[in-house]
Design a protein around this ligand. Structure first.
Ligand code: BMA
Length: 329
């Protein structure tokens, strides 16, 4: 059985057994979507959001598109990881340096780092474009923004949960102004101090055919296992009806994570349900967070649905690794 390394026990992990007769590796929560616009003040939509265990419950950073349709970040808390209390106010960075920029923010990832801090990576609206924003909190009360790791244009940044070869390490997806196809590959970068980033390596590219033929982007914080870093990612396909966002997985080398050991040839989750197919943007499943109970290997994946809702899906680390190895490109 694949083992989670440096993981934590989450006895209250949200969980539902695989439905009888289901042969898929990842299955949806029967009460999806777990968060809708009714769960947040003046929200047009709540989606692409990130959660972590905190104290005896969970905390999260949510993407809310409010009535002005500017994407913003808000925090939230939950006892069970399913029912969330989302702040009415947008997240503010204490003593923020205005030169760094923070005009809007979306698609957060939250990473519980080995130093005990919770780092937040998001797509940050800065004058002239968008790039990866980086900040941290220790208590989910005070949030500090750090320097942007990269120049415009970049999206889908996610920090590894520990230093690799003595350096902070991040995956991201450099992109172009419109964000459409063209620049659609996942890159690896490292930093000695979270300020200066370099040693950029390309990790993986869209495929020429199939569900990930247009662009790909890293999802939740990579999970350390004895098989390598387990990375959940999204893959985008161009179809006659527009773009279709699905979910896949890869296993990256533990010491040289820019080297891909395995990568799913088949998707793990594709928009099928009404709440994934109909919304502000049709046909989108967009994973941004996962919770893993190191004792059982059970995994709860939080994903945005049709740019409108948050959904929850389940699997186990062992099953997802097995599937990725057996169905690798
Ligand atoms: C991407 C991002 C995501 C969004 C997706 C589908 O480029 O903007 O926030 O979920 O498109 O619209």
């Amino acid at each position: 059985m694949a083992k989670v390394i440096n993981g934590m026990s989450i006895p209250n992990l949200p969980w539902e057994d695989k439905p009888a007769g289901c042969t898929d590796t990842v299955w949806r929560y029967s009460k999806n979507p777990i968060i809708t616009r009714k769960d947040a003040f003046e929200a047009n939509s709540v989606f692409n959001s990130a959660v972590v265990p905190f104290g005896d419950g969970f905390r999260g950073v949510f993407r809310i598109d409010s009535y002005d349709m500017l994407p913003m970040l808000r925090t939230g808390k939950s006892k069970d990881g399913i029912k969330w209390e989302i702040s009415d106010e947008n997240l503010e960075w204490t003593d923020r340096n205005p030169e760094i920029g923070y005009e809007y923010g979306y698609d957060p990832r939250v990473i519980k780092f080995e130093d005990g801090k919770y780092y937040i990576c998001w797509c940050n609206g800065v004058p002239g474009g968008h790039t990866i924003g980086l900040g941290y909190t220790e208590d989910f009360e005070t949030f500090r923004q750090l320097e942007s790791p990269f120049l415009v244009y970049n999206r889908n940044g996610v920090l590894f949960p520990r230093k690799i070869n003595g350096k902070y390490a991040m995956l991201s997806r450099p992109t172009n102004p419109g964000g459409g196809g063209g620049l659609g590959s996942i890159w690896y970068s490292e930093s000695p101090d979270l300020e200066y980033w370099g040693h950029h390596r390309d990790v993986m590219h869209p495929t020429s055919l199939g569900w990930q033929n247009n662009k790909i982007g890293p999802g939740p914080a990579p999970i350390e296992t004895d098989e390598g870093w387990l990375l959940i990612y999204h893959g985008v396909m161009s179809s006659c009806a527009g773009l279709v966002y699905s979910m896949g997985a890869a296993i990256l080398d533990i010491d040289e994570p820019w080297k891909v050991k395995y990568r799913t040839k088949k998707f793990l989750l594709k928009p099928w349900e009404d709440y994934e197919c109909v919304g502000d943007v049709h046909t989108v499943v967009f994973p941004c967070a996962s919770l893993v109970d190191a004792d059982t290997g059970r995994m709860a994946i939080y994903y945005g649905c049709a740019d409108t809702y948050v959904g929850l899906a389940f699997t186990t680390v062992d099953d997802i690794i097995k599937y990725t190895k057996e169905n690798s490109l």
